[in-house]
Write a protein that binds this ligand. Structure first.
Ligand SMILES: NC(=O)C1=CN([C@@H]2O[C@H](COP(=O)(O)OP(=O)(O)OC[C@H]3O[C@@H](n4cnc5c(N)ncnc54)[C@H](OP(=O)(O)O)[C@@H]3O)[C@@H](O)[C@H]2O)[C@@H](O)CC1
Ligand SMILES: Nc1ncnc2c1ncn2[C@@H]1O[C@H](COP(=O)(O)OP(=O)(O)O)[C@@H](O)[C@H]1O
Ligand SMILES: [K+]
Length: 505
């Protein structure tokens, strides 16, 4: 699914009006109709509805919703904010219609004091500003937003298209923004919805299709995309009936150290369950029995050192392996950094670099320039900051993420609720499978194993990153559905990986 900017959404709107064709007033009826239907499906008519309208088309949506809900027996109170701007043409049209049919519903808001006291079970509809937000909300309008936010504990707040004050494509940190419980947004996700810094504003996001013209959607390129089942199905390659274990690659995982062998075991199991042909694990001596007993399907090579992997550059022939994953539980010994440098010098294929291997790269940043092109780096936000520095907000972080992926010609998968996969060509894919049950030690190690397993099977790095993140989150969702978010562990993500292949693709 493409993520359009606010400017592109305006273009899509105009394209639809011209080519469907449909009048803008009718398109507004359709969009607001979807919101009214959503509300009716979730709240019975005895809930009083308080709609706050701006003077643009977002306010127009609010006016249409008021009329439709009144038609269906809801009690609706519609306040229009009287700031300086000229009301948009469609706003004026919808205002006249409401005035004619339901004049008693309407009142003007010129200051916070004009807002009535709301009854206990009221629902607040925020139709003040949508994608037309052009500057921060200030003055008494900011007072209205603060007043509405002050009601959050007592009333449900539903934002139309965008929580007012939120910028679709820019950071809204430290600005005045509605804190909605639900956001009903039209046609597609906006970039702002995918950033953790906006979670308190959007609440739960519901995307309502409003029939924007498919030609515009298909032919307009976007920098940001959301991985959806359609994309996943085009990536997935079913196995060849004549396959043998050589067909699906020999992967090497360099992971684990004294006290952190669990990370290596989790990665190895996930790599096997992702479908790799053969797997060798490189571990320190202390990890030999652990690995052999925990995962009989994997082969095991040990370092000379009892506790750390310090010599893998000497004891393995990188050319043997179709894919290498390095980092989970590895520790950050100087000797490991040296071995990593030798490995980067001698291995030309894309590899998966995670956890302590990333931490070593941040201590020795010149190593970043030795990473084979097309490799996948999987930092969580703290590791990302150690590697590339802090940013004032998450929009700036996304920009930095993309710049680094282009500069280093690698894929950087920044992990989180919506993991962002920045590609060397500048595209950024977001993943929306997964849940907070995965916020538990070892989940990232599982992802490394999956990605390494997919790379070994000859998926391109881009395909492996998108499909791997999707499967990882989908398996996590299945685990949570069966075990609860609280009780699930990273090991359960692996257990549900098979079902994720069967049901998620
Ligand atoms: N294709 C679709 O998706 C469809 C979209 N539709 C709907 O249209 C919405 C976009 O409508 P829109 O372009 O009229 O902009 P909107 O958000 O109402 O704001 C404009 C008003 O706000 C004002 N203003 C802005 N910032 C301000 C500030 N900080 N402080 C004070 N004022 C400020 C601005 O004033 P001005 O800048 O002109 O002074 C103007 O009055 C979209 O979100 C969706 O709900 C559907 O109806 C149909 C299909
Ligand atoms: N709230 C969440 N929603 C979706 N996915 C999540 C959430 N929290 C964590 N995850 C996923 O779990 C994994 C955690 O990785 P990481 O922080 O590296 O864990 P660890 O270092 O313990 O292995 C990432 O893939 C991340 O996307
Ligand atoms: K709004």
């Amino acid at each position: 699914m493409k993520i359009f900017s606010a400017a592109q959404i305006r273009e899509a709107d105009a394209f639809t009006i011209a080519h469907e064709p449909i009048s803008s007033a009718q398109l507004m009826e359709r969009a607001a109709g979807k919101c009214a239907t959503w509300l009716e499906e979730h709240y019975a008519p005895h809930y009083p509805v308080y709609i706050f309208c701006g003077k643009g088309n977002n306010g127009g949506d609010g006016l249409v919703m008021a009329r439709l809900l009144l038609d269906h027996g809801y009690k609706v109170s519609t306040g229009i904010l009287q700031y300086g701007a000229q009301a948009s043409a469609d706003h004026q049209l919808k205002l006249e219609a409401l005035q004619q049919q339901y004049p008693a519903s309407l009142y003007a808001i010129g200051d916070v004091s004009d807002i009535p006291t709301l009854p206990p079970d009221a629902i607040i509809i925020d139709a003040i500003f949508g994608t037309g937000m052009s500057r921060p909300i200030e003055g008494w309008l900011a007072g209205v937003v603060h007043h509405i936010n002050g009601q959050r504990g007592k009333h449900t707040i539903v934002a139309i298209d965008m929580p007012s004050g939120l910028r679709a494509d820019e950071s809204s940190v430290q600005q005045t923004v509605i804190q909605a419980h639900h956001t009903l947004s039209f046609e597609c996700y906006k970039l702002a919805f995918l950033l953790p810094e906006n979670a308190a504003y959007t609440g739960e996001v519901h995307i309502l299709p409003i029939g924007l013209h498919p030609d515009y959607i298909t032919h307009t390129p976007t920098r940001y995309l959301l991985a959806d089942p359609g994309i996943i199905q085009t990536i997935y390659q079913p196995r060849n009936p004549f396959a043998h274990k050589g067909t699906y690659g020999h992967a090497l995982l360099i992971a684990g150290s004294y006290g952190k062998m669990g990370a290596a075991v989790l990665s190895a199991r996930a790599c096997l369950r992702a479908g790799v042909g053969l797997l060798t694990c490189y571990v320190p001596q202390c990890g030999y029995n652990i690995m052999q007993l925990s995962e009989p399907c994997a082969m095991c090579v040990t370092d000379e050192d009892p506790h750390y992997s310090l010599h893998f550059h000497r004891s393995i022939n990188p050319a043997t392996y179709k894919a290498i994953g390095i980092g989970p539980g590895l520790d950050t010994q100087p000797g490991t950094a040296k071995a990593l440098e030798h490995l980067l010098d001698s291995y030309q294929q894309p590899m998966v670099i995670d956890a302590d291997a990333l931490n070593l790269l941040s201590v020795y940043p010149y190593l970043l320039y030795k990473i084979p092109a097309g490799s996948i780096l999987t930092p969580h936000p703290k590791e990302f900051e150690r590697l590339f520095g802090a940013t004032p907000n998450e929009v700036a972080r996304l920009e930095l993420l993309s710049q680094q992926a282009i500069k280093l010609q690698v894929y950087i998968l920044l992990k989180g609720r919506y993991s962002a996969i920045a590609c060397p060509d500048g595209a950024v894919y977001f993943n929306n499978t997964g849940n907070p049950g995965m916020a538990t030690g070892g989940s990232g190690d599982v992802l490394t194993g999956i990605l390494t397993g997919l790379l070994a099977q000859d998926y391109s790095p881009k395909a492996a990153a998108i499909l791997g993140a999707w499967l990882h989150g989908f398996a996590g969702d299945l685990a949570a559905a069966h075990l609860s978010q609280e009780a699930m562990t990273a090991a359960d993500i692996i257990q549900w990986l098979g079902k994720a292949f069967l049901e998620g693709i």
